[in-house]
Write a protein that binds this ligand. Sequence first.
Ligand code: UTP
Length: 297
Amino acid sequence: MSKFKVTKAVIPVAGMGTRFLPATKAMPKEMLPLIDKPVIQYVVEEAVAAGLDDVLMITGRNKNALENHFDRATELEHTLTAKGDHGKLDKVQESTDLANVHYVRQGDPLGLGHAVLRAKAHVAEHSFAVLLGDDVIDSRDVLLAKMLEVHESTGSNVIALMEVDPDQIHLYGCASVVPTDDPDVVTISHLVEKPKNEDAPSNLAVIGRYVLRQEMFGVLEQTAPGRGGEIQLTDALQTAAADPSIAGGVVGVIFKGRRYDTGDKLDFIKATLRIGVDRSDIGEDLRAWLHDFAKEI
Ligand code: UTP
């Protein structure tokens, strides 16, 4: 198998989720539900849809709820079976049968780069995908499949980029890019984590999907703590972008679809509504209510 053929997904879920306190005091933010499914299930479903059913979660405090969600729920399953309620039983079993989910603890939350490093033993010698556990890509839009295709054909690390308002770029990693023949793919010449708006080299923000070569573990091991005293994945990718001989350089796939940062309160509400209005069970009623509500406010 080519070393650039990806089969494993790494999902960091060990952040503190401070923007969502107090809801995240005793529960990881990735367990917050969008309608009736926890955010993490959307992310695992995206990985599986792209062919990655070996999933490693990097967990932090309060990991039990996450593990239980992807485990059997024997008592609940027995009760629903006895009642003959197969619809609800399917919903309970959906997450258990979805993927082979493995877990490793991050220990101290020393940053996203540190969380990714914890995947080294599991990933071994192959390239792997990283999906941030609070970042939801709408399943109606394609991103990861394109990133995997670009990785296989170029052998470079691949990041996902999205245009944002220039006054929002300080919230993201930001990329300087050079165009390629494919209008959706760019070569990354420079990356900076959360620049001041006035110093940002572009309005292209790094969003939570990555396809990384295994050499990135070595780069992360050499990466000193950066912004906020955390080991930043963006800093390691900047090292790789600056010298392609280290880990094959970095390219970006520009995403123009729907993406929700569910760790952010406003984006979380937008995600609920965007997904809700198209649901077959509640969509019609929600749309009608939203029209009336819009007149009230
Ligand atoms: P965020 O910066 O969005 O997560 O990290 P956070 O620290 O939980 O956010 P707030 O600001 O306190 O609300 C992006 C992703 O990286 C993971 C998070 O779980 C999230 O999926 N992460 C971050 C880790 O797994 N470990 C870390 O040390 C930091």
